[in-house]
Design a protein around this ligand. Structure first.
Ligand SMILES: C[S@@+](CC[C@H](N)C(=O)[O-])C[C@H]1O[C@@H](n2cnc3c(N)ncnc32)[C@H](O)[C@@H]1O
Length: 180
C-alpha cells in the first residue's frame, strides 16, 4: 500500500487529541522519512498514540523496534492496545523531562525540545547521553511553535548555541539533527 492510501486508511487515528493533527499529516511524515537512515531502537519522546512510529516501521525500509513516551495516559493506552500492541511494554506514561531512559540506549531519538522548555539544553544533553555510540537525535519542531516563541529557525534557540546540530527544513517543520 502506498503512503497516501495508508494514511487515509488510518485517518481515525489522527486528531488534535491523539497526536495534534486535524488531518493525516502526509507532509510532515514524508519529510521525516529520509532522516530515518537506519534501523534499531527508535524512541519518540512525546509520541502521541504512536502513529509516527508505526508509519516509520512500515515505510522507512529499516527494521525498527519502537519506544514511545507521552504524558497523556489515553494516548499511551491507545498505542499499547490498538496501534502497536506487539510493543506494548515499550510505551510509557511520563513527562519527557522526568523520563529516566530505563530501556537503555537508542539508535534514534525523535522529539520536539520545546516539550522540555525551559530546560532544553539539559534535555539535549540527556538525550545525547542515551544514544548508542553512532546514534542520531532528531529534533522536529513545527514552524508555528518556533514562531510563537519569537523565532524563525532553530539557530535562533540560545540553548543550542555551540552544539553540533545540523539544521534542515521539512514540510511545516524545522529539523535539528545531532549525529554522534
Ligand atoms: C504533536 S503530538 C506528537 C505526535 C507524533 N509526533 C506523531 O507525529 O504522531 C505531541 C505529543 O507530545 C506530548 N507532550 C508534550 N509535552 C510533553 C512532555 N513534557 N512530556 C511528555 N509528553 C509531552 C503531548 O501529550 C502530545 O501527545
Amino acid at each position: 500500500m502506498d503512503i497516501i492510501s495508508w494514511l487515509a486508511k488510518n485517518r481515525q487515528y489522527f486528531s488534535k487529541e491523539l497526536n495534534g493533527y486535524v488531518n493525516p499529516p502526509s507532509g510532515p511524515y514524508l519529510s521525516i522519512l529520509p532522516l530515518i537512515d537506519r534501523g534499531g531502537k527508535i524512541l519518540e519522546l512525546g509520541s502521541g498514540n504512536g502513529m509516527l512510529l508505526k508509519f516509520l516501521m512500515k515505510f522507512s525500509g529499516h527494521k525498527i523496534t519502537p519506544f514511545g513516551i507521552d504524558r497523556k495516559k489515553n494516548v499511551i493506552t491507545m498505542a499499547k492496545k490498538e496501534i502497536l500492541p506487539n510493543y506494548k511494554d515499550n510505551f510509557t506514561v511520563s513527562d519527557v523531562v522526568d523520563y529516566d531512559f530505563e530501556n537503555g540506549s537508542f539508535d534514534i531519538i525523535i522529539t520536539n525540545p520545546f516539550y522540555a522548555k525551559p530546560n532544553m539544553r539539559d534535555f539535549t544533553k540527556k538525550c545525547l547521553e542515551n544514544l548508542n555510540t553512532s546514534g542520531r537525535l532528531i529534533y522536529a519542531v513545527p514552524n508555528d511553535v518556533l514562531k510563537s516563541n519569537g523565532m524563525i529557525g532553530l539557530n535562533d534557540v540560545k540553548d543550542f548555541k555551540g552544539l553540533n546540530m545540523r539544521i534542515s527544513k521539512g514540510f511545516d517543520l524545522s529539523f535539528g539533527i545531532f549525529d554522534k
